[in-house]
Design a protein around this ligand. Structure first.
Ligand code: DXP
Length: 260
């Protein structure tokens, strides 16, 4: 299976995994292995506990030989996000940053205005920014102008497990930015959501809640890896002239089945 490339780093796995809210470090470790993820995102603010748990978490992540994509989860301002990014670069010795500037506490939707400003500041500072954004094309243009060479539109709000809320918008983004690696980040609830994102021609998906809060996170991690692989294979197998891949209606299980 072809590889994806972010800022010149080739990856075989097209599944990026979050590391928050797992039942235990041991389950986190097994889930990462089962997913085949080569990149895991870590929240500096969430895991910055200096106590034993914090240290054990960092030691575990570093022992797994995966690439760390620090994130600015929980940051609500440009200043907070930029400060957190600088701390992350020092801690992890990586220019990569998953940039989140949260605009609304309930839905955790991005503050796209602050996001563009923070992306510009960080890109000028030598960071390689992975912006958590929406499917808004104008915002995406501004992020690229600000220096981003990856775009990560949400499928749905973080933790909502609702899948691809706006397939048309995500498809438009793929068509609009053929040269930019695109990752659906947030809101995926089941492996078929990941497959649907890959069938649109996206380069990868990033998820956390659907695995961490599954009844069996390890098995769910493996299921998502299979979903990503299936979606990628379907995308490559489709006729050259793009056609509407039958995007499955959003199946609801688990949290999403409980309704809003
Ligand atoms: C871990 C992380 O970065 C999340 O904020 C990410 O956006 C995934 O969201 P889900 O938890 O909805 O998969």
């Amino acid at each position: 299976m072809s590889s994806s490339s972010f800022y010149g780093v080739e990856l075989k796995s097209r599944l990026l995994l979050g590391t928050s809210r797992y039942p235990s470090p041991a389950i986190l470790e097994r889930a990462i292995k089962a997913s085949g993820a080569e990149v895991v995102t870590v929240s500096l603010r969430r895991e910055s506990g200096t106590g034993r748990a914090g240290q054990a978490f960092w030691s575990l992540i570093q022992s797994m030989g995966v690439r760390v994509l620090p994130n600015t989860a929980g940051c609500h301002s440009v200043k907070e996000a930029v400060t957190t990014a600088h701390m992350a670069r020092e801690l992890f010795d990586t220019p990569w940053i998953k940039l989140e500037v949260i605009g609304e506490a309930d839905t955790l939707q991005p503050d796209v205005f602050g996001l563009v400003e923070a992306a510009r500041i960080l890109s000028e500072d030598g960071f390689e920014v992975f912006p958590y954004t929406t499917e808004d094309l104008v915002v995406a243009e501004r992020l690229v102008e600000a220096g981003c060479r990856v775009l990560m539109p949400w499928g749905a709000p973080i933790g909502s497990a609702r899948g691809l809320n706006n397939v048309y918008g995500l498809r438009s983004m793929r068509a609009h930015f053929p040269e930019i690696p695109l990752v659906v980040d947030a809101g995926l609830g089941v492996p078929s959501h990941a497959a649907a994102a890959m069938e649109l021609g996206y380069d990868a998906v990033l998820l956390n809640t659907a695995v961490a809060e599954a009844g069996d996170p390890v098995e769910m991690a493996r299921a998502f890896a299979l979903g990503v692989e299936a979606g990628r294979a379907a995308y490559l197998a489709q006729p050259m002239e793009p056609r509407d891949m039958a995007v499955p209606s959003t199946p609801v299980i688990g949290k999403a089945a409980l309704g809003d």
